[in-house]
Ligand binder design. Structure first.
Ligand code: NI
Ligand code: MN
Length: 265
C-alpha cells in the first residue's frame, strides 16, 4: 500500500512515510484517499498537503532554502497559501503560480503585490473566510511583521501577517505563519477543532518551544508539526525540547525532517 518509501516511527509511534511528490504527470499516490491526508514538511515553514482532490502548498520558500527538500520546479500544487510577505515565506510562490496556474491565497496587500508580478491570486483578510470548491479558508491574526526589503534596505510593508485555517474534506489544518504567542489562539481552536497545526518554534523571530507549548494548550490540535526551526543558525528553538514540553497537552507532536511525511485520518 505504501509504495512511496520506507516507513519509520515518531515519538508517538505514528508511522511516517517518505515523500512522493506529484508531478505534472498527475500520478496519484495509493494512500491519497478519502479519510487519509498526507502532509509533507518541505523545510522551514513550507509544507505540502495532499488530499483526495487537491494539493496545497504552504509558504513555498524552496530556492535559497538550505533545508528545502524539493526544487520549486518539481512541485505541482493546485493551491498555494502564503502567510506573510517575508521572503522566507513568499519564496517561489510567484514562479510556481505562473507555471502551474495555482492561485496564491493570501492577505490583501500581499496579494496585490503578487498579482502585479503576474501571479494568480485570491485575497482575503483577517477574520474573513471564503468558500472554495475544496472547502473553506479563514485568515487569522498573527503577531509578526510582513515586508520585503527594497533597494537601499528600505522595507516595503505588505499589510499584516496572518495565520491560515484550511478546512477541507472534513479536516482542519492551521498554519500559524510566523507569530508570537497570543491567547486568542484559543478562539481559533474553539471555532473549528484543529486536526493538524503547523507551529513555528525556532525562536528569535517567532515563538520558541516554551511559547509553542502554550500555543498547543490554547489551540488543542490533534497533531502538531513544529516548523521554522534549524533552517539557519539563528533559529535555535529545538524541536525535541518542544516535544518534551508538550507532553501532557494531548497533542501528538511529529518532528519531521525536511522531506518527511505524515499521514493522518
Ligand atoms: Ni516572517
Ligand atoms: Mn519567517
Amino acid at each position: 500500500m505504501f509504495s512511496c518509501g520506507q516507513s519509520h516511527r515518531t515519538y508517538q509511534a505514528k508511522i511516517l512515510f517518505k515523500p512522493c511528490y506529484h508531478q505534472a504527470s498527475g500520478e496519484r499516490s495509493p494512500y491519497q484517499q478519502e479519510n487519509n491526508m498526507k502532509f509533507t514538511y518541505l523545510g522551514h515553514a513550507a509544507g505540502y498537503l495532499e488530499t483526495a482532490s487537491e494539493r496545497f502548498l504552504f509558504d513555498p520558500f524552496l530556492t535559497g532554502n538550505p533545508k528545502a527538500s524539493i526544487r520549486a520546479d518539481r512541485i505541482d500544487p493546485t493551491y498555494i497559501l502564503v502567510t506573510h510577505g517575508h521572503s522566507d515565506h513568499v519564496g517561489d510562490s510567484v514562479a510556481i503560480s505562473k507555471r502551474t496556474g495555482a492561485p496564491i491565497i493570501t492577505t490583501f496587500e500581499l496579494s496585490q503585490w503578487l498579482e502585479a508580478q503576474k501571479a494568480k491570486v485570491e485575497s482575503l483578510n483577517h477574520g474573513g473566510s471564503q468558500d472554495f470548491s475544496f472547502g473553506r479558508i479563514t485568515i487569522t491574526i498573527a503577531f509578526h511583521s510582513s515586508s520585503v526589503t527594497e533597494e537601499g534596505g528600505r522595507p516595503l510593508y505588505l499589510g499584516e501577517p496572518a495565520g491560515i485555517v484550511l478546512e477541507t474534506e472534513g479536516r482542519t489544518i492551521y498554519h500559524a505563519g510566523d507569530t508570537a504567542l497570543f491567547s486568542d489562539m484559543r478562539l481559533i481552536g474553539d471555532e473549528t477543532p484543529i486536526d493538524l497545526a503547523l507551529l513555528p518554534i525556532g525562536d528569535r523571530f517567532t515563538m520558541g518551544p516554551k511559547q509553542a507549548k502554550k500555543a498547543v494548550e490554547f489551540l488543542r490540535p490533534k497533531h502538531v508539526v513544529p516548523i521554522h526551526h534549524g533552517t539557519f543558525p539563528a533559529l535555535t528553538g529545538d524541536p525535541h525540547e518542544f516535544v518534551k514540553l508538550a507532553k501532557g497537552t494531548g497533542a501528538e507532536i511529529h518532528v519531521l525532517q525536511p522531506g518527511e511525511s505524515m499521514s493522518f485520518t
